[in-house]
Design a protein. Structure first.
Length: 103
């Protein structure tokens, strides 16, 4: 049961956990200032923004393509701009690894 609880705390954002566990803060674990919703934790948090901006800069340098700084691109791999297949393949795989590392 303890491992199930640990798994639950890793998969739920603080805003949700605070409703289940009253002694837990609903604030973001990274910035500790705003409510820790999924969207905040993964995208709008200042710490998340720094991380994704570094990833974007690296990808643009590596691929020589301009990449829109939008959550649908970085979190879901959805791009409005048509990219060469090899470039898109590379970007999607790097973003997948970046999301795993960020989690």
């Amino acid at each position: 049961i303890k491992s199930q609880n640990r798994q639950c705390t890793r998969n739920l954002p603080p805003s949700r956990l605070a409703k289940m566990l009253p002694n837990m803060s609903p604030n973001c674990w990274k910035c500790k200032k705003k409510e820790g919703t999924f969207f905040h934790m993964w995208w709008s948090c200042t710490e998340a923004q720094k991380y994704w901006q570094k990833i974007r800069n690296w990808l643009e340098e590596m691929t020589r393509e301009q990449i829109e700084f939008k959550p649908e691109s970085f979190l879901l791999g959805i791009f409005n701009k048509q990219l060469p297949k090899k470039v898109e393949y590379t970007i999607v795989h790097i973003l997948t690894v970046a999301r795993l590392a960020f989690a």
